[in-house]
Structures are given as structure tokens and as C-alpha cells.
Design a protein around this ligand. Structure first.
Ligand code: NB4
Ligand code: NI
Length: 190
């Protein structure tokens, strides 16, 4: 099973590289690795397992974070409407996006970054993403709000981009026009 010792930390060049496409159909090895990545995320959200194996909680993981420079990532989370997103994706691609932007009120963190970096991480508010999922199906996902933010965080890792690259250095809590907050906490409460 994947544990924190397998996760590459910032400073490692693999996290700044543009990862390579995964040859389709994916090899048994690639599918096995993506399945393990999805299982890691589920384990990280399981209190007992997270405690036992000292896992940092996560909702996503990208292959470059394991030192594998391949275009694949996994996600496992529920959005505010209780809809579950739980799958692995090969060769994901944003095929369209909104001009409007959004950001998580609480900022972002990353399993490859062992420090808190305050500030708003500006991302597209709505995206359409195409990919091949773990079942080998070509999928087209229309995402907005929290799901759109999670998928963009993972996709960035495939392009060597870290969340803090989207924070305004001069004014980390600056809110440009055309940008709306994504407040999962309040949304969850309502
Ligand atoms: C990826 C996320 C950072 C921002 C937002 C959040 C957590 C991560 C990094 C967008 C994507 C990992 C991968 C969480 C988390 C809160 C809500 C409800 C119950 C578990 C869920 C956990 F753990 N980020 N950690 N960071 N990354 N929300 N939650 N909880 O996942 O570096 O590249 O289920
Ligand atoms: Ni990350």
C-alpha cells in the first residue's frame, strides 16, 4: 500500500516537470498503480487506517507525487450536494473553461508540501474535462466549484504547477473581479 514515505516532496524536480501521456490502452502496471493511488486516498480518509499508518488526509493524488512522471491522477471525495467523485483518470485534458474564477475560502494545501501557505488559489470556476477513467471509458466531466478546484489541483501536478503558483505574491488574499469564493464549509452547513 502507498504510505507517506512514497510521496515526493516539493523541491524534487519531478514535481516541476510536464508529465508524459500514458499509452492507451493502459498497461496492467499503470492500472494497478492508479488503483493503488485511489486506495491511498480512501485509506487517508479512514480514521483508523490514517492513524495506524500516519497518513495525511487527502481528496486527490497525482502520479508525479509518487515520482512517476505520467499523466494520471485519482480523486475520492463528496461534494456539498452529497455527490461522490471517486475514480482514476488517464490523460485528463481541460477542453473548455469559464472566464469566471473561484477559490477555496480556506486556501489549499498539498501532500507534497509540508508547510502552510496562506492565500487564495485562483482557479477556473467551471471546467469541462475529458479523460479515460479506470474502467477504460472515455469520459467528459462538467465540473464547477469544489470538484472543479480539486480536479484542477491534480491536473496542475501533471504540468509541474503547484497550488501556490496561483497565489498573488503581492496580495495573497486579493479577490480580482470576475472571481467568486467557493466556501465548502458554509455550503456543507446549509
Ligand atoms: C488536494 C486538494 C487541495 C485543494 C480541500 C481538501 C484536503 C488534499 C490535496 C484541492 C485538492 C492533496 C493532491 C482534505 C480535504 C476535507 C473534507 C470530508 C470528509 C475527507 C475530506 C478531507 F483532506 N484538501 N487535503 N489535501 N494533494 N479537503 N478534506 N473532508 O487533498 O496534494 O495533489 O472526507
Ligand atoms: Ni497536491
Amino acid at each position: 500500500m502507498i504510505t507517506m514515505k512514497d510521496i515526493v516532496l516539493e523541491g524534487d524536480p519531478v514535481l516541476m516537470q510536464v508529465a508524459k501521456d500514458v499509452t492507451m490502452p493502459p498497461s496492467k502496471e499503470d492500472k494497478e498503480l492508479l488503483k493503488k493511488m485511489l486506495q491511498f486516498i480512501k485509506n487517508s480518509q479512514d480514521e483508523e487506517l490514517a492513524e495506524k499508518y500516519n497518513l495525511r488526509e487527502g481528496v486527490g493524488l497525482a502520479a508525479p507525487q509518487l515520482g512517476v512522471s505520467k499523466r494520471m491522477f485519482a480523486v475520492h471525495f463528496e461534494d456539498v450536494n452529497g455527490e461522490t467523485y471517486s475514480d482514476g483518470y488517464f490523460n485528463p485534458k481541460i477542453i473548455s473553461h469559464s472566464v469566471e474564477q473561484t477559490f477555496l475560502a480556506g486556501g489549499e494545501g498539498c501532500l507534497s508540501v509540508e508547510r502552510d501557505i496562506p492565500g487564495y488559489v485562483h482557479r477556473y470556476a467551471r471546467i469541462t474535462l475529458s479523460a479515460t477513467n479506470l474502467a477504460g471509458e472515455k469520459v467528459k466531466l462538467r465540473l464547477r466549484g469544489y470538484p472543479a478546484i480539486v480536479y484542477q489541483h491534480e491536473l496542475d501536478h501533471l504540468n509541474g504547477i503547484m497550488f501556490y503558483d496561483h497565489i498573488n505574491k503581492q496580495d495573497p488574499f486579493n479577490i480580482p473581479e470576475n472571481t467568486k469564493v467557493c466556501d465548502i464549509q458554509s455550503a456543507i452547513k446549509d
